[in-house]
Ligand binder design. Structure first.
Ligand SMILES: [Zn+2]
Ligand SMILES: [Zn+2]
Length: 315
């Protein structure tokens, strides 16, 4: 891959490039899935670059220190990008088509239905995220997102490549079967992607991670997502929603940050610092180790579907 091509891909500019080379650009060009993807893809890399620029400007971060903090998430991003891109778009289209057929009704493109769609979207996100924490096989996919020991925008890249496919399937299936049409679903995805970036802002960029106004109650803020990423016993297994805390509130998993209890990022097991293989494959290795050492097939099956830590001494 030539450098300019690699840069175009990293900054998510491939979609814009394709649109401008094959179409006369009009507003209608952006109403297709390719059009929406072309607009959304560069947003996150641009915000990430702003975060890095801010750290250099305000905190005089050296390239060496920045490299240490961002290396693993960016490596995972590159790894996932190669494998995941095509798979995910096909999973989305297939799931939407098949599950929408079972919807008892379909929402229309009205403001009221948008709120309905977003509440359903948030439910689908809760289900996807909660299962990632409560089923060990799915935790294997999600654990790289929790492995970084520093919170920053790069953490969004950190996930096993199949996590995106699983998220895509669960969220699209739930929304489609509950009558959310593809247009509203894509709108929810765009808002979720933007808010999902914001809640990963580093503590240097937004120290409190709160606005100090009513929005802190209404929405999930970076402070709340920092709590989710913490391995502190007080904070673990909380805040599974992404934007609206409604389902966390309903299921009793909402936990706001307590003054004086600083989030401690990273996994609760010992980790190899800044190590790609341990971050990406560490939990698979541990699951495989436990399965091999289990004394029955029943226990092996349960190890896969029960929460992480199940079957270990003291659990
Ligand atoms: Zn999580
Ligand atoms: Zn996160």
């Amino acid at each position: 891959m030539k450098l300019p091509e690699a840069l175009v891909n990293f900054f998510g500019l491939g979609g814009i490039e394709t649109l401008t080379s094959t179409h006369h650009l009009t507003l209608a060009s952006f109403r297709s899935i390719q059009g929406i993807e072309a607009v959304v893809s560069p947003i996150f890399p641009a915000i990430l670059m702003c975060e890095i620029a801010f750290l250099v400007w305000a905190y005089h971060r050296s390239p060496r220190r920045l490299y240490g903090v961002y290396k693993i998430p960016v490596l995972i991003y590159a790894f996932n990008w190669i494998i995941g891109l095509l798979v995910n778009i096909h999973v989305f289209l297939w799931t939407q088509r098949h599950f929408a057929a079972f919807a008892p009704f379909t929402a229309t493109l009205r403001v009221g239905w948008f709120f309905y769609a977003y509440v359903v979207w948030e439910l689908s996100h809760f289900v996807y995220h909660w299962t990632c924490h409560k089923v060990r096989l799915l935790w294997v996919l999600h654990s790289p997102h929790h492995a970084p020991t520093h919170m920053n925008l790069g953490v969004i890249f950190a996930a096993f490549f199949l996590q995106g496919t699983y998220a895509n399937f669960v969220r699209t299936a739930i929304c489609s079967i509950l009558g959310v049409p593809v247009e509203l679903l894509l709108l929810c995805m765009v808002i979720d992607a933007c808010w999902g970036s914001l809640i990963h802002f580093s503590e240097e960029l937004w120290p409190s991670g709160k606005t100090g106004c009513f929005l802190d109650t209404l929405l999930l803020m970076p402070s709340d997502h920092r709590v989710h990423h913490s391995s502190n016993p007080e904070y673990i297994d909380t805040n599974y929603c992404n934007t609206l805390p409604i389902w966390d509130k309903l299921f009793g998993t909402l936990r706001r940050e307590t003054p004086g209890i600083r989030p401690r990022y990273g996994l609760s097991r010992p980790q190899k610092p800044n190590h790609f293989t341990d971050t990406y494959f560490g939990e698979i290795g541990l699951l495989w180790h436990d399965i091999r050492n289990a004394d029955s097939w029943k226990k092996r099956a349960l190890l896969v579907v029960m929460p992480p830590g199940w079957g270990s001494p003291g659990h």
